[in-house]
Design a protein around this ligand. Structure first.
Ligand SMILES: NC(=O)c1ccc[n+]([C@@H]2O[C@H](COP(=O)([O-])OP(=O)(O)OC[C@H]3O[C@@H](n4cnc5c(N)ncnc54)[C@H](OP(=O)(O)O)[C@@H]3O)[C@@H](O)[C@H]2O)c1
Length: 265
């Protein structure tokens, strides 16, 4: 890894940047002139993403393979990059679980809590403090529409994403005077590998309008973040449906659950 920290490059750290929404966010940030620090578990995935983004003209791309669900992961990243001019932090890495809580093993619970809650909080705390000292910066935290839907099987995923939403609002208030802006994104269905949907279903979902492309979602998120918005919900229909989604009657939640329970990754 080359050390460009003393150069004039403005850096954006993006977690979960090897594919899906994270790769699209990294691409959008590269187009805006940021050097990229890519983070995910797979070294091969990171190498490929870095190669692709460099070919497309990114000013600089660095990467670190790390399991963000592991204890101390955020501190390790901050030790590596805390002194760099990191102006943007995107907490995007995530994993999906659609399973009743009592059917999940302890390892899975610890993993999702470690990734969505602990790593996101710690990266916000550590990089947020560095940005506040410099008097500028942007943090984008990836929550989900599922934060608003209380349904059997979604407890763990939805509740950890609710945490990300609430924590982001508080952090935004806390950092308001410091010049650091915090935005939370709550996309609904996006055509990525998160749910294990085959490509053909992803394409069909986009054609039918039930899924958005990761590129469109990433662009809406970046526009919102750079405008200093508190919250971004990509897609007009998703914004219209939001009050309904949070107050689904029990019978609708049951039907939904019964129709979708077979879709387990
Ligand atoms: N797709 C949707 O419909 C949707 C909707 C709302 C919100 N979201 C949220 O958007 C974010 C991105 O989702 P996506 O759909 O783009 O998913 P994806 O295509 O599955 O990508 C997930 C990314 O996160 C990385 N990652 C997963 N576990 C990790 C870990 N323990 N440590 C470090 N990196 C990890 C993955 O790389 P490695 O596997 O190499 O680690 C990959 O780069 C997630 O937070 C998700 O909850 C997605």
């Amino acid at each position: 890894m080359t050390n460009d920290r003393n150069s004039s490059i403005r850096w954006a750290l993006v977690t979960g940047a090897t594919r899906g929404i994270g790769l699209a966010l990294a691409r959008g940030l590269a187009h805006r002139g940021y050097g990229l620090i890519l983070v995910a578990r797979s070294e091969e995935g990171l190498q490929q993403a870095a190669h692709q983004l460099r070919k497309e003209g990114a000013v600089a791309v660095e990467y670190t393979p790390i399991d963000l669900a592991a204890s101390g992961a955020a501190e390790r990243l901050h030790r590596l990059y805390g002194e760099w001019l990191v102006d943007v932090v995107v907490n995007n890495a995530g994993t999906f679980v659609y399973r009743d809580l009592v059917e999940c093993n302890g390892g899975r619970v610890a993993h999702i809590v470690g990734l969505h809650i602990v790593a996101t909080t710690e990266l916000c705390r550590l990089f947020g403090a560095s940005m506040a000292r410099r008097g500028k910066g942007f943090i984008l935290n990836m929550s989900s529409y599922a934060a608003w839907v209380s349904m059997g099987g979604l407890g763990l995923y939805g509740a950890t994403k609710s945490y990300v939403e609430r924590m982001s609002y508080s952090l935004r208030d806390e950092l308001r005077e410091s010049g650091v802006s915090v935005t939370v994104a709550l996309p609904a269905g996006v055509a990525t590998d998160l749910y294990g949907l085959p490509d053909v279903w992803q394409r069909r979902g986009v054609r039918l309008g039930v899924l958005m492309t990761p590129e469109r979602v990433a662009e809406r998120c970046l526009e919102g973040m750079f405008r200093g918005r508190r919250r971004v919900v990509p897609g007009l229909m998703n914004r219209v449906m939001r009050p309904i989604a949070s107050h689904l009657p029990t019978w609708v939640r049951r039907v939904l659950r019964n129709k979708t329970v077979g879709f387990q990754k």
